[in-house]
Ligand binder design. Structure first.
Ligand SMILES: [Zn+2]
Length: 292
């Protein structure tokens, strides 16, 4: 099991559902050329790029234990969910998430809040579970915190064409129907030690979560970055971005703010241990080991 990150009275525990290589790098980053990929292969492989030029990704949540609350950030892919366009996530039936959650020492009943950085399929799956043919909240006591414009956007998409966004139907709307959503602005301050940072672009109202106190903190990125290639080249967008130009500006802003700082990045899709500190690298940024 990956070691938790300790920040004074807070611990951050990765909950890994899957790690693997599913997406071809050039398809995933449409603006990336074969030449640029070739130039960078030496430092990307094998950790971030497999021998067939697929990106190595982790699918994970983070459990944040504070003195007052247990918080889950993002909710992976989930079980029994129809995902016809993503065969590797279609109708999954795995105990990996459950076991990884148990490894952090909490159960679904202990989670007080679920924070949804954005409403994409691999971040909302475990919001719900199947119970006698119905989708019910997996975390029976939790409030699920979502950004207002993000929810509005995806609710409309679902109304327009439900078949194109099955994860909204089975993993987001049942939370709203059960009155378990807390709808906030994407710069919401949950408390002094847990604050949202708006990181729009990948989706319309994406947020990242800054945990801890200045000088002793960590940023849970969500999908504001997928691969360290987007550090070296912050303007490279990924295939399902809402606005890749805005996503690039967001990366520059966030990495400018945290580079040369002790802040630990918990980069959701980076392969385990998924943690790093940001440093300048030419016109872009690199990620150096964060240690324990
Ligand atoms: Zn995403």
């Amino acid at each position: 099991m990956t070691m938790p990150i300790t920040l004074k009275d807070i611990t951050i525990h990765p909950v890994v559902e899957q790690q693997g290589a599913w997406f071809d790098a050039l398809g995933f980053f449409p603006a990336l050329s074969k030449e640029v990929l070739d130039e960078n292969r030496a430092w990307l492989a094998p950790e971030f790029l497999d021998p067939t030029d697929k990106l190595v990704f982790c699918i994970q949540s983070f459990v944040i234990k504070t003195p007052h609350h247990n918080i889950l950030i993002d909710a992976c892919v989930g079980n029994h969910k129809p995902r016809p366009t993503r065969p590797f996530w279609h109708m999954m039936n795995s105990d990996r998430f459950e076991k990884a959650l148990a490894g952090t020492g909490v159960t679904v009943r202990d989670i007080d809040y679920v924070m949804c950085t954005h409403l994409h399929t691999d971040h909302v799956g475990w919001n719900t579970r199947l119970d006698n043919g119905r989708w019910v909240p997996t975390f029976p006591k939790a409030k699920y915190i979502m950004a207002d414009r993000e929810l509005e956007h995806w609710t409309q998409r679902e109304k327009d064409n439900a078949a194109s966004v099955p994860w909204i139907t089975d993993s987001v709307l049942p939370i709203i129907a059960a009155k378990r959503a807390q709808i906030v602005k994407s710069d919401f301050a949950f408390n002094e030690q847990v604050q949202f940072i708006p990181t729009p672009g990948h989706t319309i109202d994406h947020y990242s979560v800054l945990v801890g106190r200045s000088g002793d903190d960590a940023l849970i990125t969500g999908d504001m970055i997928h691969s360290p290639m987007q550090g070296k080249y912050p303007d490279i967008g990924m295939m399902s971005d809402y606005d890749s130009g805005q996503a690039g500006l967001t990366r520059r802003q966030v990495f400018d703010r945290f580079c040369e700082e002790p802040t630990i990045l918990c980069a959701t899709h980076f392969p385990a241990p998924s943690t790093a500190r940001v440093r300048r690298w030419g016109d872009g940024y690199k990620f150096v080991a964060a240690g324990g």
